[in-house]
Design a protein around this ligand. Structure first.
Ligand SMILES: [Zn+2]
Ligand SMILES: [Zn+2]
Length: 193
C-alpha cells in the first residue's frame, strides 16, 4: 500500500465527517429558525390553524407526534417541516449523508418531544445533556403546549427568547392595525352625511 495513501484517506474521512456534521447541524439550526419565526410564531398571532390542530387539549400522542393520517394534522406538520426541506438542495451539495441525518434527527425529535402525552419522563442524564446542548426536551415542549406564550424553539431552546420578542412585536403590529382600521372606519361614519 502506498504510504502517502493512508493520510489522504484519513483526511478524506475526516473532511467527510466534518462536512456531514456541519450539514446536519445547519439543517436543524436553519430549519428550526425559519420554522419558528416564519411559521410557528406568526401562526400563534395571526392564525388559528396551528393552535386548533396542535394545541387542542386531550389529543393522543399519535396526533401530537404527527403519526396520524388526519389531513389537518399532516398539513400542520408539513408546514412546520417545509422550512427544513428548503435547505436540502443546498446542504445536499455539502453532504448528502449529513443532510439525511439532519432530516432523520428532525423527524425523531418531532416524535420524541411529544412523549409526555404518553406519560413518559425524560431520564435525568438525558435532561442534563439536553440542557448543555440547548435541546428542547419533551417536558419543555409540553410547557408550550399548555401555554402558547412560552417555550418556543421546537428543537433549540435558544430560539425561545427572540421568538417571544417576535411574538410580542407581531401582536403589537396586529393591535395597531386593528386600531387603525377601527379609527379609519369611524372617521368614515362621522364624515358621512
Ligand atoms: Zn408540539
Ligand atoms: Zn405552538
Amino acid at each position: 500500500m502506498d504510504n502517502l495513501g493512508i493520510p489522504e484517506i484519513f483526511v478524506d474521512i475526516l473532511l467527510g465527517a466534518l462536512k456531514g456534521g456541519l450539514a446536519t447541524i445547519l439543517l436543524l439550526l436553519l430549519g428550526d429558525f425559519v420554522s419558528t419565526f416564519a411559521y410557528h410564531v406568526p401562526e400563534h398571532v395571526f392564525g388559528h390553524f396551528h393552535c386548533i390542530v396542535h394545541h387542542g387539549k386531550n389529543r393522543s400522542f399519535i396526533h401530537y407526534a404527527v403519526l396520524t393520517r388526519n389531513p389537518l394534522v399532516v398539513l400542520d406538520g408539513f408546514l412546520g417541516a417545509v422550512p427544513y426541506f428548503i435547505f436540502i438542495p443546498w446542504l445536499w451539495q455539502l453532504s448528502p449523508g449529513g443532510t439525511l441525518l439532519g432530516l432523520a434527527f428532525g423527524e425523531f425529535h418531532v416524535v420524541w418531544r411529544h412523549v409526555t402525552a404518553l406519560g413518559w419522563v425524560t431520564p435525568q442524564g438525558v435532561q442534563w445533556l439536553c440542557e448543555r446542548l440547548w435541546l428542547t426536551t419533551p417536558e419543555r415542549h409540553w410547557v408550550h403546549h399548555e401555554n402558547g406564550n412560552l417555550a418556543y424553539g421546537d428543537i433549540f431552546t435558544f430560539y425561545d427568547q427572540p421568538a417571544k420578542r417576535w411574538l410580542r412585536w407581531l401582536r403589537l403590529v396586529k393591535r395597531s392595525y386593528r386600531q387603525w382600521r377601527l379609527s379609519a372606519s369611524s372617521s368614515v361614519v362621522s364624515h358621512s352625511p
